[in-house]
Design a protein around this ligand. Sequence first.
Ligand code: UDP
Length: 241
Amino acid sequence: MGTPKYKRVVLKLSGEALAGSEGFGINPSVIKSIAEEVKEVAELQVEVAVVVGGGNIWRGKIGSEMGMDRASADYMGMLATVMNSLALQDSLEQMGIETRVQTSIDMRQVAEPYIRRRAIRHLEKKRVVIFAAGTGNPYFSTDTTAALRAAEIEAEVILMAKNNVDGVYSADPKIDKSATKYDELSYLDLLKDGLTVMDSTASSLCMDNNIPLIVFSFTEKGNIKRAVMGETIGTTVRGKN
Ligand code: UDP
């Protein structure tokens, strides 16, 4: 077995990824299988930070479409990511992997507050760090959180594990049968062609800070490790043009 290509990665898991086939809530067996994959990577001495979404429980947009104040609805979304993060932490710790959750909204009884230097220290000690509560600001997404935290902790790459698609396509492959998958493209391509792999705020942040992104399916077991080892999977979005 070779050596991992990356020493420090940010793994972005969407909330939906934790829901399994029900599409809602937290599915314990799905969480367990994700935790097993994270464990595999952590055991390679790769420093893993995880950003978890909340869409399996709540999305701010839904609330605001129902007439709620957008900021309040977004705070609910951020709280949803905390529940997901605690579930993932529990699964990892049951497997003997030391894990810390850091939240961008203070809730000291539940988890540590986000402190960049402390997060880096945990990573250096090979603890998995889960960044919860998004950026702590409404009107943002957990994709943007992944981009922001990756820049802050100087991660070499963002691994975006998807449960419904195995890379970036020229169009939605479920709707358009002629859609083709890209092996590689740039953030400028994403933004120019309106490809919705991540929102434009997240894409711009990655582009400006030269952070590459690998989009892949994690329904295929072992893909997180493959990505970390540098095997070509899914689609790579280059940091530089
Ligand atoms: N959210 C937010 N600010 C952030 C991150 C998330 O307001 O910095 C809210 C937003 O309402 C979003 C919800 O949290 O809809 C869940 O996050 P996201 O939609 O990114 O989760 P995912 O799609 O990855 O499951």
